[in-house]
Design a protein around this ligand. Structure first.
Ligand SMILES: N[C@@H](CCC(=O)N[C@@H](CS)C(=O)NCC(=O)O)C(=O)O
Length: 255
């Protein structure tokens, strides 16, 4: 363990574990790097006020031009001045720069891999993350805290002009949609197999930023939809994703 004075901001849920893919992405990195940290749990409705009060920067701009605040965020008080960070990939790049592993083969994101990781992240965001709502919206809603459920419903219904329940696909349409997501996982499994590395992760048995991205997403599926999504995903690609999840397990502690 490396003793640090890191405060990590994550979103609580109705489960004993968080399920945001973006916060998991950073938590996996913190655990993998064996950095000590404390979690501050912030419901979605309080993200903007808490970030503003702590001086954490916004990650984008809302359509009305006001700043948008998101989690994960992280404050590192180990050094002076403190580092105040938001946005998962820049946070991981900061951790890598500030707390490099003496064994360079354990680097999460060597600077030279930046463009490839950005391409991977773009691909996963479009081929999987952007496809989730029609089959995951109610699973996600039901696992949120009571207050966040209200906020989630209001935000999604305003964005799509439909009730949450009507966004959810059913029957044959739902199965066809799942097939699209399965195809995206098939493609990843094919490339990972072609990589020929020993170990289940992208670069073998050490974690990389790509694994934080994909692992965070798989943890979302597993925790929010153990009875549908995770059952399906477990059956794809000859159990590849069960083995992949087992390889990640040691870095999934929630503190
Ligand atoms: N680009 C950001 C996106 C983070 C993000 O969208 N976080 C979501 C939780 S998964 C959030 O904070 N949403 C709050 C909201 O939309 O009000 C990152 O990678 O950290």
């Amino acid at each position: 363990m490396t003793a640090t004075n890191i405060l990590f901001l994550d979103i609580p849920t109705a489960l004993p574990v968080p399920f945001s893919p973006n916060t998991w992405k950073v938590r996996l990195a913190l655990n993998y790097k064996k950095l000590t940290y404390v979690t501050k749990w912030v419901e979605t409705t309080s993200i903007a006020s808490v970030c503003k009060s702590l001086g954490i920067p916004p990650t984008s701009t809302l359509p009305d031009g006001t700043p948008k605040y998101t989690l994960p965020a992280l404050i590192d008080n180990t050094a002076s001045p403190s580092a105040l960070l938001s946005d998962s990939t820049p946070i991981i790049e900061y951790l890598e720069r500030t707390y490099p592993d003496p064994d360079s083969s354990r680097a999460l994101c060597a600077p030279a891999s930046r463009a490839l990781h950005a391409l991977f992240e773009y691909h996963v965001a479009h081929s999987i993350t952007a496809q989730l709502l029609p089959v995951m919206v109610m699973h996600m809603h039901d696992k949120k805290t009571p207050q966040d459920r209200i906020h989630f419903r209001k935000r999604i219904e305003a964005a799509f002009g439909k009730k949450l329940e009507d966004l959810e696909l059913r029957g044959k349409e739902r199965e066809a949609y799942w097939k699209k997501i399965e195809d995206a996982f098939d493609l990843l499994a094919t490339f990972m197999q072609a990589g020929g590395t020993a170990g289940e992760l992208f670069t073998g048995s050490n974690l990389s930023l790509a694994d934080c991205i994909l692992g965070g997403l798989l943890l979302t599926f597993r925790y929010t939809s153990p009875d549908e999504a995770w059952i399906k995903i477990s059956a794809w690609n000859d159990g590849k994703w069960i083995r992949y999840m087992s390889a990640l397990e040691e870095w999934t502690t929630v503190v």
